[in-house]
Design a protein around this ligand. Structure first.
Ligand code: NAD
Ligand code: MG
Length: 384
């Protein structure tokens, strides 16, 4: 029996890796919907390659172009953000959520509500609405498989039968391109330097998040929601080689670590085959070729995003939603060369301090908080 698949954000880094796996097994997967944003030529190419039923661009002004690119095929075409949400409602057995940022929240919620399998790369969904989303996952009996490499590693090593014996989660971090750089250097880095990640090839926003280590902050929050643990049970461990993807420590002293090459096609293949395992095109890990695996405690002075994320998680979902939205605005301003690299996290910190943190209970509340935080961040940046 073939599995029906939807990829939300198929034209991005995770989306392309997902396409690269499923294109190898045309008999096993039948593609319902692919969604993208600006890059409609890639979207059309993917839709043809995979013989998709539906191709959607989030950008309404790209409708005619996409339609033209897919003329003469049987692929249905739609455009606009609502069309992305509608694509998420299509009845696929397995859906990859790999839109970047809080834009992934509403489409991901639609996937959850269908009660099938959600492969979740879009960590911002859990950062801004983790409690609401995890509650819905329970209610709709959705199978949620994390795709973020660390969370896939934890998912694979955290034994349900030994949950009571869990001592801590060791969340590994590469440390990003500025791991060894001082503040004076970081003050002057350019977007080009910030996106040049040493181990992983990723989308632009997550690359900057890795450089500020906000990515690890987002991942702490993501792990709290996915594995129902408190921030104090999570230890961040800088591991520059990105071979140990994370580990779980038990009360008896055992530490179960997950290893592999830094290639997202491994966690994607894990999510795709779950509960089985499948071949993936990832290179095999050869430990004899590893010159030495090293581990360090993170430096929260140079990377204040870690402390900020933990504080926000302790304050609750409103604070993490504000933090996430402010980070998206600040990263955008950094790309536009309006602010410096170190201003990213300091802006986020200020926006969190300035924002009222009334509790949220619905996705609409979260979206309101997200919009307000974006306004606050933009006002702050305009004042300079
Ligand atoms: P990317 O920027 O390469 O791709 C983003 C995708 O989202 C594209 O398909 C784009 O068209 C789509 N998109 C962007 N804005 C949109 C909008 N407003 N509405 C609808 N679609 C929109 O990003 P990526 O690196 O693939 O990351 C995607 C998600 O996966 C992020 O949440 C990221 O944190 C997470 N993730 C990525 C990696 C990685 O290796 N790239 C690893 C772990 C987790
Ligand atoms: Mg990760």
């Amino acid at each position: 029996m073939s599995k029906s698949i939807t990829i939300l954000g198929s034209t991005g880094s995770i989306g392309k890796s997902t396409v690269d796996i499923i294109r190898r097994y045309p008999q096993q997967y039948q593609v319902k919907a692919l969604t993208g944003n600006q890059n409609v030529s890639l979207l059309a190419e993917q839709a043809k390659l995979l013989n998709a039923e539906l191709a959607v661009t989030a950008n309404e002004t790209k409708y005619a172009e996409l339609k033209e690119l897919l003329a003469g095929t049987s692929v249905r075409v739609a455009a606009g953000f609502q069309a992305v949400i509608d694509a998420a409602k299509e009845d696929a057995d397995w859906t990859m959520s790999s839109i970047v940022g809080a834009a992934g929240l509403l489409p991901t919620m639609e996937v959850v509500k269908r009660g099938k399998t959600l492969a979740l790369a879009n960590k911002e969904t859990l950062v801004c609405a983790g409690e609401i989303v995890m509650q819905a996952v329970k209610e709709y009996k959705t199978t949620l498989i994390p795709v973020d490499s660390e969370h896939s590693a934890i998912f694979q090593t955290l034994e349900e039968k030994h949950r009571n014996a869990l001592d801590r989660i060791l969340l590994t971090a590469s440390g990003g391109p500025f791991r060894e750089k001082d503040i004076a250097f970081m003050e002057k880095v350019t977007p080009e330097q910030a996106v040049a990640h040493p181990n992983w090839s990723m989308g632009a926003k997550i690359s900057v998040d890795s450089a500020t280590m906000m990515n690890k902050g987002l991942e702490i929050i993501e792990a709290c929601h996915l594995f129902n643990v408190g921030v104090d049970q999570i230890e961040v461990l800088v591991h520059p080689q990105s071979i140990v993807h994370s580990a779980v420590g038990y009360k008896d002293g055992s530490v179960l670590a997950h290893m592999g090459m830094p290639d997202m096609r491994t966690p994607i293949a894990y999510a795709l085959a779950y509960p089985d395992r499948m071949e993936s095109p990832t290179a095999k890990l050869d430990l004899t070729k590893m010159s030495g695996l090293t581990f360090f405690a993170p430096d929260e002075k140079r990377f204040p995003a870690l402390r900020l994320a933990k504080e926000c998680q302790k304050k609750g979902q409103t604070a993490t939603a504000v933090m996430n939205a402010a980070n998206e605005v600040a990263v955008g301003a950094f790309f536009n060369r309006k602010i410096g690299f170190l201003d990213i996290v300091s802006t986020v910190q200020k926006v969190v301090e300035m924002s009222p943190l009334d509790p949220v209970s619905t996705i609409q509340d979260v979206i309101r908080v997200d919009n307000e935080a974006r306004k606050t961040a933009n006002n702050l940046l305009q004042k300079g």
